[in-house]
Design a protein around this ligand. Structure first.
Ligand SMILES: [Zn+2]
Length: 62
């Protein structure tokens, strides 16, 4: 459950930003509150964002 547009600090379970998260339901976690992402997730999202910004035309074809 990872999108190129995920904020680095978005939920570690579903990738929704904390300010709009509240309670969310997602497999396999079920109902959950926003959870801090791991350092690995944060770094991966920052990398994804940079890739999406530098290659806007290739995002849809991957
Ligand atoms: Zn979540």
């Amino acid at each position: 459950m990872s999108r190129a547009t995920d904020e680095p600090s978005a939920c570690g379970h579903c990738g929704i930003p904390a300010r709009v998260h509240y309670q969310q339901w997602i497999e396999p976690v079920g109902w959950h509150q926003w959870a801090a992402p791991t350092t690995t997730q944060i770094l991966a999202r920052m990398k994804d964002r940079r890739t999406a910004c530098t290659n806007p035309t290739t995002k849809e074809s991957q």
